[in-house]
Design a binder for this molecule. Structure first.
Ligand SMILES: *[C@@H]1O[C@H](CO)[C@@H](O)[C@H](O)[C@H]1NC(C)=O
Ligand SMILES: *[C@@H]1O[C@H](CO)[C@@H](O)[C@H](O)[C@H]1NC(C)=O
Ligand SMILES: [Zn+2]
Length: 589
């Protein structure tokens, strides 16, 4: 055995044992002297080096472990920041990921911009939301918004009620109770599903008359919304009014005024709000009988209707002023409502302009947050995708070229909805017109910017005016090679965006839509359960009084409302043939 190699080197050594310990033990066991000269100095320094290295490594491991633990603690804690805060929740109704590709490509084409040019919203992507409801793999906007407002899944058609028809408290109601100011800004009817879900509770979304009354304070909690901008005036006017769509004679505008609301209904009064400085709360601004026109049409009627970003900026400024000296900030929901409608209509040009208008509103909100001294966050997502939109379409039986064209969409100056409206008006004003061709060719050429229309396309509009809306939209879709799989919604995951990915960290990655609802209540740090409890007690006392259900009638049996994981079973529907307009253009569902 040569002396350099320790005899007992194969035994288990403790952490502090070194070659030198082993050599010394060997010497004791064998009686041979250990070498204590030259090599020992080298060994000594090597040992010191090893010891220091071990020490540093140990300290490093401990430090890293502590840092990791800390970061894990934060991630499992509440996202609520300390102190006063504002939350702006934006909903792009019916906007799926392909809506962004479509809009971005048209934007680049129009601006002559490089392919690296993004929309504002593109720069803030943080995650994805899964959208199914309890009653279907394909949600509607009511169940979609209930997932945001109540953080609970419910059935299609539910306006902040659960599948058992109990009301669920909303984040807006809880925010109001906690002292926040609250607002809703939309481009559709303010009584439509998305805004309704924040400030009303009804069993079926069609109950818009009832929703209107709840939203202005005929509600178990009293008035919960401080500011509303949007359309839907017809549900607030008594049926004696020419533009009413109410079934009864209730004057909800009058009720609102009695509840203290400042009511405005036109562009001039909106301009008098001076970008927010002139807003007096509570504020109800209804700028259209039903929906505010699509942006593609509205931009040439800017003197009649305010835009989404103008309404958003005015609301932000007003809420900022109103909460300047208060302990709590505000909660504002802003909806790009009609991206969904353009999807229902399968109208790609209308959709591009709806998304661009939403992008502008996003820019306004980001700008506000950047300059607002109060901390805040903007979170944006969609309730679902609409239309099964594809930026590709096979037009012929032969294998297709890989092409999609933005130019036909850039040339359109009006929506299919507007052309359809004009065509219907023309027909009713000229019931015996023998030559409709000139009128139709003119609308196609000026409204859609299409010059290469065929005789068949013109003839079909003459023969089947009922489906004119879809026909106009289809002309643009075919030319741009835009595909649609449905006039309804789809089950696609949708994107989540945030102004600040750190503030919105719980929403990074892929989430259930109810987790968006969780984030809203957690960020504001409000007690939504207490509101649910109060609403249930109110329902209970109404039952004892034998009063009519304050949430309206429950949906018919057979609407597949049961089951957390219920998936409708396949029934051979593909064999059934329906007349294209059998169900009518039931838009905005
Ligand atoms: C208006 O509503 C009242 C109920 O409030 C009803 O009796 C009346 O028939 C309605 N009128 C019309 C024209 O629908
Ligand atoms: C769009 O309009 C321009 C100018 O009128 C025209 O030159 C072009 O051909 C049009 N594009 C399409 C796809 O119709
Ligand atoms: Zn819809």
């Amino acid at each position: 055995m040569s002396g350099a190699r320790p005899l007992l080197s194969n035994r288990a050594s403790s952490e502090v044992s070194t070659d030198r310990d082993l050599a010394e033990e060997d010497a004791l066991l064998t009686g041979n002297p250990t070498q204590r000269d030259g090599p020992r100095t080298w060994k000594f320094w090597r040992e010191v080096g090893l010891f220091v290295w071990a020490l540093i490594a140990t300290v490093l491991v401990i430090v890293l472990a502590v840092v990791y633990q800390k970061s894990q603690d934060t991630k499992h804690g509440s996202p609520a920041p300390r102190g006063k805060r504002n939350l702006i929740f934006m909903v792009s109704d019916g906007m799926g990921p392909t809506s962004l590709s479509l809009t971005r490509s048209v934007m680049q084409f129009q601006n002559g911009a490089p392919w690296s040019e993004q929309l504002v919203i593109d720069q803030h992507l943080i995650g994805q939301s899964r959208t199914r409801s309890t009653s279907s793999l394909i949600t509607d906007s009511a169940a979609g918004a209930t997932a945001f407002s109540c953080a609970s899944k419910s059935y299609n058609g539910a306006i902040s009620v659960l599948p058992n028809h109990e009301p669920c408290g909303t984040v807006l109601e809880a925010a109001k109770k906690a002292g926040y100011m609250t607002g809703l800004v939309v481009t559709t009817r303010i009584t439509d599903a998305t805004p309704a879900c924040f400030a009303a509770h009804v069993n079926v979304r069609q109950e818009e008359d009832r929703i209107a009354e709840q939203m202005i304070g005929n509600h178990p909690l009293g008035r919960v919304v401080d500011l509303m901008f949007g359309g839907g005036r017809c549900h607030f006017l008594p049926n004696s009014s020419a533009t009413s769509c109410r079934a009864d004679g209730t004057d909800v505008v009058e009720m609102a005024k009695n509840n203290g609301f400042n009511y405005i209904s036109d562009r001039k009064a909106f301009d008098d709000l001076k970008g927010g400085a002139g807003v007096e709360f509570p504020m109800l601004g209804l700028f259209a009988d039903t929906d505010i026109p699509y942006e593609i049409d509205r931009r040439s009627e800017n003197d009649i209707y305010p835009s989404l970003h103008e309404m958003a900026e005015t609301a932000l400024k007003a809420l900022q002023e109103a909460t300047r000296d208060s302990k709590q900030g505000f909660f504002l929901m802003i909806e790009g409502s009609r991206i969904d409608h353009a999807g229902h209509h399968n109208d790609p040009a209308a959709q591009v302009h709806e998304v661009l208008a939403y992008d502008k509103a996003i820019a306004s909100v980001l700008d506000f947050l950047k300059n607002d001294p109060t901390q805040g966050v903007m979170v944006s997502t969609s309730d679902h995708e609409t239309g099964g939109l594809a930026t590709a379409r096979q037009l012929h039986t032969g294998y297709p070229d890989y092409l999609w064209y933005p130019s036909p969409l850039a040339n359109a100056s009006h929506s299919a909805e507007r052309l359809d409206y004009e065509y219907k008006k023309y027909l009713s004003n000229n019931p015996s017109a023998s030559d409709k061709t000139t009128f139709i060719k003119d609308t196609i050429s000026t409204g859609l910017g299409i010059k290469d229309f065929s005789d068949e396309e013109v003839q079909k509009l003459i023969d089947d005016p009922d489906t004119a809306l879809y026909q106009y939209a289809e002309m643009l879709s075919r030319r741009s090679q835009t595909g649609w799989s449905t006039h309804g919604h789809s089950g696609a995951d949708v994107n989540i965006y945030a102004s600040d990915p750190d503030a919105a960290w719980p929403l990074a990655g892929n989430h259930e839509n109810t987790e968006v609802g969780d984030f809203l209540r957690d960020y504001l740090d409000v007690d939504v359960e207490a509101v649910t409890h109060e609403l249930k007690q109110y329902s209970q006392s109404m039952r004892i009084l034998n009063a009519d259900n304050w949430m309206g009638p429950e949906p018919e049996e057979g609407e597949r409302l049961d089951g957390q994981n219920h998936v409708a079973s396949y029934g051979g529907d593909f064999k059934k043939r329906h007349f294209l307009h059998g169900r009518g253009c039931d838009c905005g569902q």
